[in-house]
Design a protein around this ligand. Sequence first.
Ligand SMILES: *[C@@H]1O[C@H](CO)[C@@H](O)[C@H](O)[C@H]1NC(C)=O
Ligand SMILES: *[C@@H]1O[C@H](CO)[C@@H](O)[C@H](O)[C@H]1NC(C)=O
Ligand SMILES: *[C@@H]1O[C@H](CO)[C@@H](O)[C@H](O)[C@H]1NC(C)=O
Ligand SMILES: *[C@@H]1O[C@H](CO)[C@@H](O)[C@H](O)[C@H]1NC(C)=O
Ligand SMILES: *[C@@H]1O[C@H](CO)[C@@H](O)[C@H](O)[C@H]1NC(C)=O
Ligand SMILES: *[C@@H]1O[C@H](CO)[C@@H](O)[C@H](O)[C@H]1NC(C)=O
Length: 790
Amino acid sequence: MVSLANFIFFLILTSFCSQTCIINILSVGAISSLKPGDVLNNSQILHSEGGKFQLGFFSKYEKYYLGIWYAGDLEDRKLWIANQNVPILYNSGLLTLDSTGTLKITSGGRTVVNIVKSTGLTGSLVARLQDSGNFVVQDETRNKTLWQSFDHPTSCLLPGMKLGYNLTTRQNWTLTSWLSFSVPASGAFTLSLEAIKDTFQLVIRRRGKVYWTSGAWNDQGFPFLNTIYQYYFNLVSDKDGMFIQLKDRLGGFPSLELFPDGSIIGGHGPIFTRFNKFCYGYESDDGCVSSQLPACRKDGDNFEQKRGDFTDISGTSTNYYDNASISLGDCMQKCWELCSCIGFTAVSDNGTGCQIWKGKKRDFEIDETGNALQRYVLVSPKSSKGAGKSWIWIVIVVAIFITLTLSGFISYIIMRRRKLQDKKRKEEEYIRELTAAASFNNTNLKGEDGREVQDLKIFSFGFILVATNNFSSENKLGEGGFGPVYKGKFPDGREVAVKRLSRTSVQGLVEFKNELILIAKVQHTNLVRVIGCCIHEDEKMLIYEYMPNKSLDFFLFDQSRKELLDWNKRFEIIEGISQGLLYLHKYSRMRVIHRDLKASNVLLDEHMNPKIADFGLARIFKQNETEAVTDRVVGTYGYMAPEFAMEGAFSIKSDVFSFGVLMLEIVSGRRNTSLQQVDRSLNLIGHAWELWKEGCALELKDGALGDVCDNSKQLLRVIHVGLLCVQENALDRPTTSEVISMLGNESMPLPDAKHPAFFTGRDEIESNASGTKAVRRSVNNLSITVLEAR
Ligand SMILES: *[C@@H]1O[C@H](CO)[C@@H](O)[C@H](O)[C@H]1NC(C)=O
Ligand SMILES: *[C@@H]1O[C@H](CO)[C@@H](O)[C@H](O)[C@H]1NC(C)=O
Ligand SMILES: *[C@@H]1O[C@H](CO)[C@@H](O)[C@H](O)[C@H]1NC(C)=O
Ligand SMILES: *[C@@H]1O[C@H](CO)[C@@H](O)[C@H](O)[C@H]1NC(C)=O
Ligand SMILES: *[C@@H]1O[C@H](CO)[C@@H](O)[C@H](O)[C@H]1NC(C)=O
Ligand SMILES: *[C@@H]1O[C@H](CO)[C@@H](O)[C@H](O)[C@H]1NC(C)=O
């Protein structure tokens, strides 16, 4: 890109420079037109009006031609040639506009070529080179162009020139390539615009036969033309004919040239190139037209350019085509069609003529001396020895490749299978171990109360998949702290809840097993029962009994559903939760600290009895928490005791705190966090505390509860106990059993509640946490992530 830009810049510079220079030259009486009787000799130059173009004699291989070129073009391309097929042999050419109005080239007194035959008009005739590069003969008085070089193109198309045809005027504007790069004579190729169906295409013919086509012009231009060149054409068509014109935007010296090898070169490079490449007829890419192959040639046969020469040792004939009207391309064509031809050699350095060699390969000796790549040999990739060898190599390489791929594939399969087997074996082993564990079967697994508990079953993944309908989204019950929960239905009609423990946070199998056995033993009417588990690869699932009435928050925080919870029901729920919590804290040997007690973790059975869910999961996750610093919830904002949130120190007192919040929520029917919109400085705890201090705590009561005059004492007691539970200092908070007796025994005096630990919002949590985010701290290898309560 950079070099191209530089190149264009260079072109602009040079054209600018050359034009300035020309203007200087012009100012000292340069020739810009010929009138009848004027002569331009071989050392004179005719300049266009603006100095952009020049016309004069030039030489090629000691032959002389009259041509037009760009002033200052370093490539010195000849854009038009007057006598391309009749060169002048000596540097003695003259361009004359004679008194009869004939424009002609003469040499040594003889006419070489009449460019414009006598017009009969003499008085006002003028020949001039226009600044478009068009050399014109005009009748100045009638202001009429009698002849113009643009109507007689050679190998180049300039902006303003036409390529196409006009049926009315019977004009046909085509380009004809030079014979070779050194010989301007008309060569083998022509470029024309030809009609095809309703549109037209560019056609390159080689000795009259279609050789290449651009494809029909469409919205995108010509299909086989390099896309950037599509923009260089203007298209004109009417009922009389059609032509394309080059837009004046091909850099400093815009032109488009048909080269002797059949390629089209634009201002910036090739448009279509087949340099040193012969169109054999078997390839049909890029517009190359396929044709019938000679019977003795086959697909892939081609010419190779080599050093040296053939020497005929058998004395059989060779054919010479060393005349000036034949190009190397013609030689190729000759040899290609001649079945006995094995190759040819160039015989001149101007690219014309050749010597064609016929016979069998063994009839020739090859002398590879010399540097010129003048020997063209027809090679057949499959029949020759070299080709045979490469065929063997290809076979070997392919065989090796196949072997490697196959063995790689097989070993992959074996490894995969082994891995799968390993996994399966491990799983089986684990399951066996799990079921064989003393505490883990029907008869031996006893609850802590001594009662036998039901099986803790291990379910297959397939079974769970079927039960949960492939964990379909309709079956999803919610997203708990430790992973999503799905509803499942067993074939016997039993409904369950399947908790998929988030992969990243679950500990190893052994610990999982141990925890699971402990959790299974923790059984209480106010705790959700674990039915079983399922292990699939790295994933672990817990199967719980299904609670048809969802969770407490589903009712408590919904304007219409909360009506279903009257005060008695709410008090029962509070009692139930406290019983479950007491069991967790005191009577289970594990001393389970829930750590995430909240309304959404209190499930309700069909009789609206509360059952605490998700207990023990904190233990399952605990071991892994250092490595799984994930977004898993280990506490919920709004329910967390301050010491837990700040320091990660959890105890039964932090569960008590959460329970206190829960009690206040149950009384008020509002989320702890819900008041913050009303008054940013106070959450529910703060609000309750304010009301309590002002002696109007009953205002906290949920409006949906209606009149509770009979129970207002009990309600106030709940608020009081709740406030005791949320006291700032954990030591001041009652234990769970104390809470239960406080709630149950109306005559029991209650201590005064001290200032509660109420957060005034997230801001305070953050500022309390020594500047950094308290919502995500790591203490005692415990990562706390705080989420808003749902
Ligand atoms: C060409 O014409 C010019 C001007 O008439 C003259 O000076 C010059 O010598 C001529 N050159 C030749 C080679 O005749
Ligand atoms: C000659 O004709 C051309 C168009 O054919 C026109 O642009 C130009 O002005 C005319 N010149 C004179 C001198 O009439
Ligand atoms: C124009 O010339 C080309 C090449 O000679 C030829 O193939 C084509 O048919 C001609 N077109 C018309 C309309 O005469
Ligand atoms: C063909 O020539 C006629 C007569 O000069 C002209 O009216 C018409 O516009 C030309 N059409 C094309 C496409 O060149
Ligand atoms: C040049 O070769 C061509 C091709 O065979 C032939 O037709 C032609 O007569 C030859 N011309 C001369 C001058 O030998
Ligand atoms: C090309 O070179 C050959 C041999 O040297 C010669 O006969 C022929 O005239 C040259 N053709 C041209 C156009 O210069």
